[in-house]
Ligand binder design. Structure first.
Ligand SMILES: NC(=O)c1ccc[n+]([C@@H]2O[C@H](COP(=O)([O-])OP(=O)(O)OC[C@H]3O[C@@H](n4cnc5c(N)ncnc54)[C@H](OP(=O)(O)O)[C@@H]3O)[C@@H](O)[C@H]2O)c1
Length: 319
């Protein structure tokens, strides 16, 4: 019998990609915000007791970083309390938990890649609530995998890639922050790495999700590093160079031409966001690579992949 996998956040960037891949591993019960509200503890308990999954993959989160500053209660409920409750309920039925966290658990004062042993010191509400969620899972002592990722984007959803492409059709000049360093990570690569890891665990353990030896926290982000400014510049270059416009790009730009001609690098201070963000949030993925033999591609290669026309990508997949 196929194992049952409960996936939350099925309409999110990572959740949407997992929804395509996880059926390789079991019967997926996928829920969106409207079907399971993670700010409602009773809803969480009832759902897990009814579905009785062998594995829970929690791709849902309160990810609106700026909004979290003024809506702490909801951010705390979804990012901190809900993962703890999931862990508690999962433990009762012998299920394992996969959860995602963020580079924003760090304060960004380091100058070399953060590894899993580095102390967290989140500097905004989102980071604080995500770290509290991690701690709740760890202290539950249930078998878990927490994957910390960073600067996530996809061909759908709310993200920097789609925002910049839209703005580039509306304005000739764009001012982009150039003093924050990170690794833009494509949601499809996070989902693919997660699925590969789970499938290897299953293969080794007679088709069950036994995490005992590998249970823990891992960094899972694109290789390499860049700034928001260079990421924007590169994506606009890729968009201009694309000969077959993929469907998602046509939708993002509403098929209007890109008119942005000047990209101005500005400082975080000039940008003036009231929310603190880490200046440096590169994650070392060594532990992920050593434990599972899985490495995510370089951020630029991930970005280039998005600009391959959907029809070409589909043909490649069929090869
Ligand atoms: N996005 C990033 O840059 C980034 C960076 C580092 C780590 N991460 C982590 O990676 C994971 C996946 O993020 P993502 O980029 O896929 O986020 P996303 O695209 O914002 O998706 C999150 C999903 O969670 C849902 N959600 C929000 N509140 C909920 C609630 N109360 N109950 C149930 N569902 C709720 C959202 O639904 P609605 O839209 O309907 O509310 C959305 O579908 C998260 O753990 C996130 O913290 C993300």
């Amino acid at each position: 019998m196929k194992p049952i996998i409960l996936l939350t956040g099925k309409n999110g960037q990572v959740g949407g990609e997992l929804l395509r891949l996880l059926p390789q591993l079991g019967e997926v019960v996928a829920l969106g915000h409207d079907q399971l509200d993670l700010s409602n503890p009773a809803d969480i308990r009832r759902t897990i007791r009814e579905v009785r999954p062998q594995l829970i993959v929690n791709a849902a989160a309160y990810t609106a970083v700026d909004q979290a500053e003024t809506d702490k209660k909801t951010a705390q409920a979804v990012n901190a309390q809900a993962p703890g409750l999931m862990a508690e309920e999962a433990k009762k039925i012998g299920a394992a938990l996969v959860h995602y966290s963020t580079d924003y658990v760090f304060d960004g004062t380091k100058k070399t890649p953060y590894d899993e042993m580095d102390s967290a010191n989140p500097i905004n509400v989102y980071g604080k609530t995500k770290f509290a969620g991690e701690q709740a899972i760890r202290s539950s002592r249930l078998p878990h995998l927490i994957f910390r990722t960073a600067w996530v984007y996809a061909k759908q959803g709310r993200n920097f890639l789609l925002t910049i492409l839209r703005l580039a059709t509306e304005r000739e000049e764009l001012r982009i922050v150039s003093d924050q360093v990170g690794a833009p990570t494509c949601a499809s690569d996070v989902a693919a790495a997660t699925t590969k890891i789970l499938s290897r665990i299953c293969e080794r353990n007679n088709r069950s999700f036994v995490f005992s030896k590998v249970s823990g926290t891992y960094h899972m982000s694109a290789a390499g590093q860049t700034t928001w400014y260079d990421f924007a510049k590169t994506m606009l270059e890729e968009a201009e160079a694309t000969s077959h416009i993929p469907e998602w790009l046509a939708a993002a730009t509403k098929e209007r031409p890109l008119i942005a001609r000047r990209l101005i690098p500005i400082s975080t201070q000039e940008f003036g966001s009231p929310t603190h963000r880490p200046a440096y949030s590169i994650l070392s993925n060594s532990r992920l690579i050593q434990t599972f033999g899985v490495a995510l591609p370089d951020w630029h290669a991930q970005l280039q992949c998005c600009f391959v026309s959907d029809s070409i990508a589909a043909n490649r997949g069929a090869d």
